[in-house]
Design a binder for this molecule. Sequence first.
Ligand SMILES: Nc1ncnc2c1ncn2[C@@H]1O[C@H](COP(=O)(O)OP(=O)(O)OP(=O)(O)O)[C@@H](O)[C@H]1O
Length: 364
Amino acid sequence: MSISVDITHDFGGFQLRAAFEAGEGVTAIFGRSGSGKTTIINAVAGLLKPQAGRITVNGSPLFDSAARIDMPTHKRRVGYVFQDARLFPHLTVLQNLRYGARFHRRPTLPQDDIIQMLGLAPLLSRHPTALSGGEKQRVAIGRALLSAPDLLLMDEPLAALDTARKDEILPYLERLRDTAGLPILYVSHAMTEVARLANTLVLLENGAVRRAGPLADLLSDPDLAPLIGLRDTGAVLTARVTTHHPDGLTELACSGGALLLPRVQAAPGSPLRVRIHAHEIMLSLTAPTGISALNVLPVTVEQVRMGDGPGAIVRLRCGQEHLLARVTRRSATAMGLVPGLPCHAIVKSVSVAQGDVGALHSTA
Ligand SMILES: Nc1ncnc2c1ncn2[C@@H]1O[C@H](COP(=O)(O)OP(=O)(O)OP(=O)(O)O)[C@@H](O)[C@H]1O
């Protein structure tokens, strides 16, 4: 399954020029407020008719201005999950789920699998008033999946939830991403969610796609740091759990070395994705001793981006992957950081929060 979007639309003062491709898994559309994220997914859903362009799913057009094709919303096999769950209050969870299936042929996934994947079994006889915000969103996702969509659109589905509820629902979204075999267009301006969930990232700026590509590539590009936001800048590593130590630390193996993090709730052998903020990495030219930080990874400088202010972003090769470090220009100059220079990246265990560690599921 894949989706291709290439559209233009003018709203008086705002111009959208968006082109990107998305395969299975999560394609996150990320950008500041007003950058055009919702306009794109409304165009895919058929809620907005772009002035020109083409939107195809597996090569079949939902919209093609040149061929005068504009498939009505109800005929597009698209599931839409909004910021608020929009459940029917007079129906139970099971009835809400069945409503999703009412017009459609067999869902892509059987109802029981969807109930199990989203942990809905204990909720089926309840009404929406007896559900938490996170539970309601899980039901809304289940209802959308039962409509047998070719793709799923999610517009800030966690934005109305507090941090505890977000943490509760993210593992379900990870499982959906890895096992449902659907393209999911996921609108968000929260980089923590995007770094956890996305396979592909579309970075929007003022209605234009600034870059689109694999998440790890874009998050490790220093040139995109200003657009992502300096506090949110940081790369992701893939890792595997090796050992749970008795002192509460979990050891992970990355291609660049071992990482010790506060206890990660995943069995040995589990593959994970770990986001490390650029401002949490310290660089040293020599292997440091006598420091409290537990993680010292051998890295090689690949790129140094001097900012306009006092800061610099350094791209580092770490095994087969990349890290970003945010240092001062003064340090970058004093250390002589240039491409090719070997050094050490120092990462405090406690600087990686639980929400920065996500699961990867096998589809086998
Ligand atoms: N129906 C409309 N008429 C006129 N302008 C519109 C309309 N819908 C959206 N816009 C404008 O288009 C721009 C993009 O809006 P859009 O909702 O797609 O942004 P967004 O990235 O989803 O923002 P947010 O994160 O705040 O939801 C904004 O400047 C908005 O004011």
